[in-house]
Write a protein that binds this ligand. Structure first.
Ligand code: IPM
Ligand code: MN
Length: 361
């Protein structure tokens, strides 16, 4: 099957550490899905990451950002290199892309697939199925601040938390729309700390309430971030959509990843609904496993699923998700080195599953 005139241009950044191994399996599954579901795509690969930085001191040239703007999506492996000081690659590549391409939502589903062990005793797949909408271009991530009297005993360090009405509103609106599309509980939770962050999160609360007037079908709830952490462990079934600021979203989605089975399965999308979005496994570059065919590629495969969903290839995305669920039922564990399969075998398993669906239908 071939669809006329549709050819997705996908920028692929394998990145550092285990990023390339994970990306390879994601690409394997993408290829299987394209054969079965008839979409065409073209991959443009970029070698940005630690090795290139160590060779050339270049993180990400402006020209690459211009090229990315013309792409349909970006697929990223992992960024982070043991020989590069923390922050350089993260800020120079990952955060730079998020900010420059105005990917204002970081979408992180937290879903426990059947057969996956969660550290939460007594919780089942139907209890752990929510999505975190993390604001992705503001907050404490703007890098606004400075030092005063640095290095002296009177040193002052300031790090500003930036919230703009526009930035907060577009993120919140996206979250409400998503809550409708999910058709789950029609329930949205604003995760904030309005009792302490009396300016920034006052703006978030007012905006949440105002935008919410356009969504009378959706039940609104407010929860402080510390309480959200507690409930994610005690009662994750209470959540449907959680919307939150950049820093809180970063923190609670690591907790989310753990309750859905770990970094081996957690993926996210950096979304600009009007521009180019980027999809990534959220686990990092895991240097100690590099090149050992041991890491779990399901997170990267799941990022590929999210990318196809975003590109409107819903049937392909659904078949990949079923392949992931199948793989979860076969793997002994989702942790690196404990799967009972190698990285490439897990990729083969999902790709084969995606191809088999074609034969059945
Ligand atoms: C993430 C990561 C990044 C973040 C780091 C690598 C800058 O932790 O995607 O969650 O803080 O956003
Ligand atoms: Mn993080």
């Amino acid at each position: 099957m071939q669809k006329a005139n549709i050819k997705f241009k996908i920028a692929v950044l394998p990145g550092d550490g285990t990023g390339p191994e994970a990306v390879k399996e994601g690409m394997k599954v993408l290829e299987a899905a394209s054969e079965v579901h008839g979409f065409q795509y073209e991959v443009i690969e970029y070698d940005f990451g630690g090795d290139r930085y160590l060779r050339s001191k270049e993180t990400l040239p402006d020209s690459a950002l211009e090229e990315f703007r013309k792409m349909d999506a970006i697929f990223l492996g992992a960024i982070g290199h043991p020989d590069v000081a923390p922050g350089i690659l993260e800020r120079g590549i990952l955060l730079r892309i998020r900010f420059a391409l105005d990917q204002y939502v970081n979408l992180r589903p937290v879903k426990l697939h059947p057969g996956v062990r969660t550290p939460l005793r007594d919780k089942r797949p139907e209890d752990i199925d929510f999505v975190v909408v993390r604001e992705n271009t503001e907050g404490l991530y703007c890098g606004v601040g400075g030092f005063f009297k640095k290095g002296t005993e009177d040193e002052v360090a300031v790090q500003e938390m930036i919230s703009t009405r526009k930035g907060v509103e577009r993120c919140i609106r996206y979250a409400y729309e998503l809550t409708r599309r999910r058709k789950k509980n029609y329930h949205i939770t604003l995760c904030d700390k309005a009792n302490v962050l009396t300016y920034s999160h006052d703006l978030w609360r007012r905006t949440f309430a105002e935008v919410g007037k356009d969504y009378p079908d959706i039940k609104q709830e407010y929860a402080f971030v510390d309480a959200v952490c507690m409930w994610m462990v005690k009662n994750p079934e209470w959540f449907d959509t959680i919307v939150t600021c950049n820093m809180f979203g970063d923190i609670i989605t690591d907790l989310g990843a753990v309750i859905q089975g770990g970094m081996g399965i957690a993926a996210g999308g950096n979304i600009n609904p009007q521009g180019t979005s980027m999809f990534e496994p959220i686990g990092g570059s895991a240097p100690k496993y590099t090149g050992r065919n041991m890491i779990n590629p399901l997170a990267a495969i799941s990022a590929c699923q999210m990318m196809l969903e975003h590109l409107g290839e819903e049937a392909a995305a659904t078949s990949i998700e079923k392949g992931i669920v199948y793989a979860c039922s076969r793997l002994k564990s989702l942790s690196a080195g404990e799967m009972g399969y190698t990285t490439s075998e897990v990729g083969d398993m999902v790709a084969a599953f995606v191809r088999k669906i074609k034969i059945k239908t």
